[in-house]
Design a protein. Sequence first.
Length: 753
Amino acid sequence: MTASQIGSSTRRFGGYERVTGSQEFVADLRLDGMLFVKLVSIDCARARIVSVDTSAARGLAGVVAVVTSDDLPQPVPRFGPVYKDRPILAVGETKYHGEPVAAVVAESKDVAEVAASLVAIQFEELPAVFTVASALDPLSPLVQEPGLRSAGTLANTNVLSEQVFGWGDLAATEADLVIENDYCFPMVTHFAIEPHGCMVVSSSGGFEVWSPVQHPYLLQAILADLFDLPLTRVRVVAPDPGGAFGGKQNPKFEPLLCFLARMTKRPVRLILTLEESFQATRRTSAEIHIRSGFSRDGLLCFQDIESNFLLGAYADIAGRVVSKSNYLGCGPYCTPVARIRARALLSHTTPSCAFRGFGTPQVAWALESQMDAAARHLGIDGLQIRLMNLAAKGDDVVPGDVPADGEWAQSVRKAASAVGWGEPLAPNHGRGIAVGIKSGATTGLSYSTIRLLFDGSVTIYAGTSDMGQGARTIFAQIVSDELGVPIDQIDVVMGDTSVVPFDLQTSASRSTVFMGNAILDACRDIQLQVRELAAELHGTALENVRIEAGGVFISDMKVSIPEVVQASLGRLRGELIGNGTMRRTDIANHPLGGSPAFFEFNCTAFEVSVDVETGEVSVIKHVSVGDTGKSLNPLQVEMQDEGAAIMGLGHTMMEHIILDESGRIANHGALDYRIPTSKDLPLSLSTYSIENADGPGPYGSKGVSEGAILCTAPAFASAVTEATGVVIRDLPLTPERVWRAMRDGASDSSKVE
């Protein structure tokens, strides 16, 4: 029996390996006889491929193969997590800057790179779609051929999907103040430390794939479908990724590597450069128009929102990003009447995918900035207008769906207090506050298996990916408490579809709630077996045996679980095996397919100072408060919040992808694309958790890790407005943009009725 691990900052599994550099990522692994792959692309976004001359590359010593779409099965197979729209290699024309036209396979990385430079591609640059306006223009070229699209009215447009959410009668609703604005959120990159890459071996009629993918079982399913294989013939090994943030959820180049491995009959390996990773995936950009109605006292009367998200050339999972984030487009407020029109738009740009926050930062940027605009026009404090409209626990957020699941006002008041809301400010200083809400996973299926070995040690098998969120540690803490096993006697196995049981995916801050509950269920399975063994061992009825805090109580006697196992199994040794499941199924006719398992709520507040000569903004205080239900490992929660907070500062202050006139990314790489460094960090960064044990996860926990990024931008912008008097509605708030706004006297230009 051991001291409780729940609620303690237990040392993180894998932490030592990460900080010492001894952890092995995919790029660190080597396979015997391995070949190296280099991709070849065209230096513009959209172009007709006239010809591809591979003769010079093929003639280079050490080159094994040079492959174009003509060398693949015809028609060229396409894949995707929702729509099968992405070809293995470009067919006929390229759709975005960096789309691979050919792949070189060589004996060494250097030879592959030289050979790739020798591939001569003749192409004709074509008109392209790079903006929301051009995506909506019916005269613009189509990004995807109508034959690839589902039949319907949208097939001949660049609108991939369109949804309308809402409630109440907007036309019949009146308001004392009606305020209208447009907001822009830029394209940004995930910038994970580990670049994208994978390795594939073709053997036994199938494949072994090494990939840092977040969803190993989804990759397995896509590859099995693509090659018409049973699932057992596709093994996915997924070492812990070096950062993912949603960018490694779904397949990108794994299908191509499978074809190359099958062609060459040797292991193949592709590791992208940082620049190539920029071209592989990004966050959706968005333009959002909001028309909002308020009473003179500051109560919301209605929200009328039009969201246009620019997805890129292929759908990936971005359509879900648009629908899920806009379903909660009115935020955590009691909104009597709402209409939300959300479009997912195709463009000749890098395909976008999930990104920490899953579309909510884009929506919150507009919504929370709009709340501040209303507060200014009504003469109401920004804190108060939020508190008076915020949903209390049990109130509707979306009428007819699950109600608010937390005491969210506690988070808001905590953040306001921590940032010194209402206290006097120095010149050119300002404070801002904002709230954000994200829907947790709506459906899911997680299995776990736990082996309690004869000596009292435990092995946990889980299909979750540990991307840095500390899932291994949380799972071990649960098992330690439930089975009374010291944490250092627990091993957690992940990342191999041939070893661990199925887990649908690792996303939406679901690991603690979904897999955590599956592991708790497996522990209860073992506990029942232990009770049965103890009852048999001591000749008593099952109801006389109970397990509490990892100990076995038999009448007035108390023993440990391992003692019962050893005494019962005897010289044959052996083990107990427990299986657990967490299942959340679809809900018919629900716009998202299911209600949120929980809400991830956050309140962020800033104090900033602005240099009026340069426009540079310094963060004096940055406060983030999340509603965690129960922090199973407080230090890990703090680290997740700090990471999300700093990531939010990136897209708020500096990060944005710049496209030139040909749709090329002009700033791909660490020098020209700025992310926050130690010099950009807040002078004070404080994160707090509100714990009421009201979540659906183990011990009342909820998901965390995305909350602190949800509303960074609007809270920051509000503080800049208070410090300078200028209002900026386009991100990021770079020094130049702030300086120009001050020079031009960019006060609030809201359209007001």
